[in-house]
Design a protein around this ligand. Structure first.
Ligand code: C5P
Length: 232
């Protein structure tokens, strides 16, 4: 899998998204469309961004009964996204159903990755709210192993976990890592962060970068800086 920088387009309208993407006149970045933008604009936003020549990670984190996930994944596959995701906590059976739904007639399909435990969930809330007693690091690795068993391509994880995920699931198992900040930048509400260069060193396959690019005075320069540190 190729190393790439994915820009999190966390905007609430097509207008703001296109005003942002219009700045990129050279290289077309890989973009992440999350729930906010997708729920605001629907599938047309995916088609339009795709038509402009961008690769798309559709971050909708599906979690439902296997049959519903399978049918929904078939719809997302027809939207021709390059990467999408689901919650590993939906079980191995749900993840297998997702792969079935996502696979097109010619055998091709988007990259499918799993969310293990959200980084907003800590050990205490896991124990109290979810009745999961194991240490969170073990739970994350178990869910990653389940994703691999179901035939998925990788997981979303903190850059700090990427090395261990590769040790457990193999170096070809994709790690997609948010929580990236420049050494001289604001960390905002992210708690555990890494620079693009550090994420590269630790073996992340894709970094997801939002505000360090979208809120920069010069977003194209900030994107090129990420690419220079992480890819080149
Ligand atoms: O602006 P920032 O770089 O913090 O954006 C990171 C992106 O990655 C956001 O879209 C956020 O929802 C997403 N994300 C995250 N941490 C996770 C999973 C996804 O920051 N564990």
């Amino acid at each position: 899998m190729g190393k790439d920088v994915i820009i999190a387009c966390d905007f609430d309208s097509a207008e703001k998204t296109f005003a942002f993407l219009d700045k990129f006149t050279g290289r077309k970045p890989f973009v992440k469309i999350g729930m906010e933008l997708y729920y605001a604009e629907g599938p047309s936003i995916v088609r339009e961004i795709k038509k402009r020549g961008h690769k798309i990670f559709l971050d909708l984190k599906l979690h439902d009964i296997p049959n519903t996930v399978k049918k929904s994944m078939a719809v997302l596959s027809r939207l021709d996204v390059d990467m999408t995701n689901l919650h590993a906590s939906g079980t191995v059976r749900m993840m297998e159903a997702a792969i079935e739904g996502l696979t097109r007639e010619d055998g091709s399909r988007p990259i499918l990755i799993a969310v293990t435990q959200l980084t907003s969930t800590d050990e205490e809330s896991m124990r109290k709210d979810l009745l999961i007693e194991q240490p969170i690091a073990d739970v994350v690795m178990h869910y990653a192993a389940n994703a691999k068993k179901a035939g998925l391509d990788g997981v979303v994880c903190s850059p700090l976990e990427a090395g261990k995920v590769h040790d457990t699931c193999g170096k070809d198992f994709v790690t997609v890592t948010p929580g990236v900040r420049f050494a001289d930048g604001d960390i905002g509400d992210q708690k555990r962060v890494m620079t693009p260069a550090e994420a590269k060193k630790i073996g992340s396959d894709y970094i997801v970068v939002g505000r360090p690019i979208t809120a920069a005075a010069d977003p194209v320069a900030a994107y090129e800086r990420c690419v220079a540190e992480f890819v080149d």
